[in-house]
Design a protein around this ligand. Structure first.
Ligand code: ADP
Ligand code: MG
Length: 658
């Protein structure tokens, strides 16, 4: 029989805070295990420190054992740590643990509607959420210490007595409440250890078997880790996912402590960029599956781990966002990410280009959202281009060769090399503007859809005009952003208008009919106006350069300003933009089909009045030419399609009649 040394009252002000905690933290009961294991790890590390400073010379044998006794409904956590004397129990448990729990409850009350991040601050006391009785059996490391036994049922009453324990360390034994018996299931405990304690630096054993991984790669020095180590860790955290493109190892002690590894995952187009997947840790203890408040919004699609003991965790999430340290940590992370991207651009532009499809989304999203980040990455924003580096084919230098010899800021000068195997080449805006300065100063041609704008891209390409592809889902915003950033530069989509270089201006104004004084262009315009009869359609005639085989008989143009208004309207009304009724039909008077058409219609004029067969045919052909131009632009609705098919059959019938 042990004699009770002391019975007493724990001096806290809120009488029996247990019911309050139980009520509020209902869904988070499981954190008790995290708290108790954290305390065990702390105790082991404290002994370690004492040993290092010469205050203890026995063996350390760091280890945490979890035991389950189903019959007695008991769960116990034992450590080989520093232990406690009776005085320490009174001080650290009766006073510290209970009063910090009380403090926590006070805080929680005032922000009861908000979620406190990870429910930190409850500590030892959280065991009362699941236990009807909690016992401590502990022996301090100190020479000649007396083992003690403490027990409490969650009320303010406790009992303290001598214990017969002979091993240094502490065992916390919980007698579980009847509605918490699932913590007697080994699988449940195992799952909790995996979730919360996987990376704690001490082996945690259940029935003699180590459950936790123990090693936390983010705490190691980057130079000690190989590429495979990083990939392996990623696969461990996010199983069955494609390997990441790139990672950043965060590692700083001043002015705040942040460790972590952030990965750039392969982005799927349907990825929800508003949902964070970065795991937040505090001293290797898992806190939360997302840390949306801690990292800048534009970095949310990143994955990995952030570990910082400087992030206040016993506060509400909304408080966290405005915390000064947290904001500085966020800035630090953004800066590191930017640095890493610049480093890759400089050291391995091929790899950078290869990952651009995904990386680009981060970089653009970040530029749109964060001014500092924008400045950091503005020189490494690249665009896929039609430019194949004419006259540059001889150069087969791998980009690295050039880059490695460069120093300092020289990465800005590394132009993209066209890939010998025809893979797309990329350019910066600066390079684009410089390259095209003499032909079209401060003018950028871009394409948002390679399929529907293929005709237009071809036309530009064949005339030696360089087109940039702005075809990722973020690019429609990004073009406007670029225009704000570079007000002197005009961006026009390839189907917005035709550059002068594409037009043979001499031929366009050629007068053909001395009687009416009409140019060929005017004649054709009238012909189409009559045949199409669409008041909102503007018909424009130009002679496209005849050496240009890519030039079609007609093409639909959507003037840049008009199209953008439309897109904006659609956006405001949350609809997808319809093909605008107001558009331009550009008829190419230099095309043989159009020239034949003129002859055909002239023939009909000679044949006197009425709907001659050739006038009818020329009307059909005008409509057909228009439809083909629309088709190249995907501007067809169901009715349009029906009419097109019917007329196609009509035209073919006519053609086979003779
Ligand atoms: P915190 O860990 O934040 O200090 P807790 O409520 O978790 O708060 O614990 C209160 C105190 O009780 C600890 O600081 C420590 O001194 C003591 N303690 C708790 N568990 C142990 C243990 N397993 N071994 C030694 N001391 C412990
Ligand atoms: Mg603790």
């Amino acid at each position: 029989m042990t004699t009770i040394l002391e019975q007493g009252n724990i001096s806290i002000h809120t009488e029996n805070i247990f019911p309050i905690i139980k009520k509020w933290l209902y869904s988070d009961h499981e954190i008790f295990l995290r708290e108790l294991i954290s305390n065990a790890v702390d105790a082991i590390q404290k002994l370690n420190m004492v040993a290092r400073s010469g205050g203890y010379s026995g063996n350390l044998e760091p280890e945490i054992q979890i035991a389950i006794d189903k019959e007695q409904k008991k769960l116990s956590i034992s450590d080989t740590g520093i232990g406690m004397t009776a005085d320490e129990v009174k001080k650290y448990i009766n006073q510290v643990a209970f009063s910090s729990a009380e403090e926590f409850v006070e805080k929680y009350k005032s922000s009861a509607d908000q979620q406190i991040i990870g429910h930190f601050g409850l500590g030892f006391y959280s065991s009362f959420m699941v236990a009807s009785q909690v016992e401590i059996d502990t022996l301090s490391y100190q020479e000649g210490a007396q083992a003690v036994h403490w027990s409490c049922d969650g009320s303010t009453q406790f009992e303290l007595s001598d214990s017969t324990r002979t091993e240094r360390g502490t065992t916390i034994t919980l007698t579980l409440q009847d509605d918490e018996l699932d913590y007697l299931e080994a699988s449940r405990i195992q799952q909790l250890i995996k979730t919360y304690c996987d990376f704690m630096p001490v082996p945690i054993k259940l029935d003699g078997e180590q459950i936790n991984k123990q090693k936390a790669p983010w705490k190691e020095s980057p130079s000690s880790l190989t590429k495979e180590d990083y990939l392996e860790f990623y696969r461990y955290l996010y199983p069955f996912q494609e390997d990441p493109l790139l990672w950043v190892h965060l590692n700083t002690d001043y002015p705040f402590v942040v460790n972590g590894i952030l990965y750039f995952p392969k982005l799927k187009p349907d990825v929800d960029v508003t949902k964070g997947q970065i795991k937040l840790f505090c001293n290797q203890v898992f806190v939360s599956d997302n840390c949306e408040e801690v990292i800048p919004r534009f970095l949310l699609p990143l994955r990995g781990v952030i570990d910082s003991s400087d992030i206040p965790l016993n506060v509400s999430r909304s408080f966290l966002q405005n915390d000064r340290t947290v904001r500085r940590i966020a800035d630090y992370i953004a800066k590191k990410v930017g640095d890493r991207l610049k480093e890759l651009y400089r050291d391995d532009r091929q790899e950078y280009v290869r990952g651009w499809q995904d990386l680009g989304t981060f970089v653009k999203f970040g530029s749109l959202n964060d001014d500092k980040f924008k400045k950091q990455v503005e020189d490494i924003l690249i665009y896929r281009t039609t430019w194949q580096g004419a006259g540059n084919q001889a150069s087969t230098d791998a980009p690295e060769v050039q880059v490695q010899s460069a120093e300092g800021d020289a990465w800005q000068d590394v132009s993209p090399k066209p890939e010998a195997d025809g893979t797309p080449s990329y350019t910066t805006l600066k390079e684009y503007l410089e390259r095209n300065q003499s032909r079209h100063e401060n003018r950028v041609f871009y394409c948002t859809d390679e399929v529907t704008q293929a005709t237009y891209v071809e036309l530009h390409k064949s005339q030696g005009l360089e087109v940039l592809f702005m075809d990722s889902f973020i690019d429609s915003h990004f073009v406007s952003f670029l225009e704000r950033e570079h007000p002197e530069v005009k961006f026009s989509r390839v189907d917005a208008d035709l550059d002068e270089t594409l037009i043979d201006s001499d031929k366009s104004s050629e007068i053909v009919d001395p009687a009416t004084n009409k140019t060929r262009g005017e004649q054709i315009k009238e012909l189409f106006q009559q045949a199409l009869n669409k008041p909102k359609l503007t018909i424009r005639t130009e002679a496209l350069k005849t050496d240009n085989e890519a030039a079609p008989p007609a093409m639909v143009l959507l003037p840049e300003a008009l199209r953008r208004m439309q897109e904006l309207n659609a956006l405001l009304q949350q609809q997808t933009a319809q093909f605008p009724e107001e558009h331009v039909l550009l008829v190419n008077t230099a095309h043989p089909l159009i020239q034949n058409l003129t002859k055909l219609s002239q023939g009909s004029v000679l044949q006197s009045s009425g709907q001659s067969p050739s006038a009818e045919l020329s009307t059909l052909i005008c409509q057909h030419v228009y439809d083909l131009a629309l088709m190249a632009q995907k501007g067809f609705d169901a009715d349009g399609m029906k009419a097109f098919v019917e007329r196609s059959n009509q035209v073919l019938t006519r053609l086979t009649q003779n």
